[in-house]
Design a protein around this ligand. Structure first.
Ligand code: FES
Length: 180
């Protein structure tokens, strides 16, 4: 049955404020960003799709194999398993930020060592190795083979032996304060 709208009691239009989604402020590679999108967005998609920082790779929905590692406040962290909501006030370093972290425009000794030891096959796993080994060298300046083998990273190209040599080369160079 059609309603007689003219008979409805006059009622002021309710004004419901549009919910304001608080921004999530964080630093990535030394730059300040504010994320105002979905707080559940994984950091990996923010890096790759929003910022076009595609060095960090997708290694599966659980982050197995370490291709999606970044440093969050110095700790190697899976970017696919970290929602933006967990990153307020945090400092993120991606593989793109490793060289800049030295402040001199040169490659990080780890990057140089991976090149010098030819520890890169297809390269898909390499950013994750660099991030994981950066964290390792920050807490252990002289890692053993077992320490390196304990990293969560996988390489389908079979570069593990050369990766191990590269990390040791970088460790030696960093102890001397020189480039690898
Ligand atoms: S270099 Fe290809 S997966 Fe490691």
């Amino acid at each position: 049955m059609a309603q007689d709208h003219a008979a409805l009691p006059a009622k002021p239009t309710e004004i419901t404020p549009t919910p304001v989604r608080a921004g999530i402020d964080l630093q990535i590679n030394g730059e300040r960003y504010r994320h105002t999108g979905d707080p559940a967005m994984p950091l990996l998609w923010y890096l790759r799709d929003v910022l076009q920082l595609d060095g960090t790779k997708y290694g599966g929905e659980h982050g197995d194999g370490g291709a999606d590692l970044v440093l969050v406040n110095g700790k190697a962290t899976s970017a696919i398993n970290t929602p933006m909501s967990k990153l307020a006030g945090k400092q993120v370093i991606t593989v793109e930020g490793l060289a800049d972290a030295r402040g001199n425009g040169n490659l990080h000794p780890l990057q140089q060592a991976f090149i010098d030891e030819d520890a890169i096959g297809c390269g898909y796993c390499t950013p994750g190795w660099l991030i994981a080994s950066m964290e390792l060298l920050n807490r252990n300046k002289d890692p053993s083979d077992n320490d390196i083998d304990g990293l969560p990273n996988l390489c389908r190209c079979g570069c593990q032996t050369r990766v191990r040599q590269a990390i040791k080369r970088a460790a030696a160079a960093m102890k001397q304060g020189t480039k690898a």
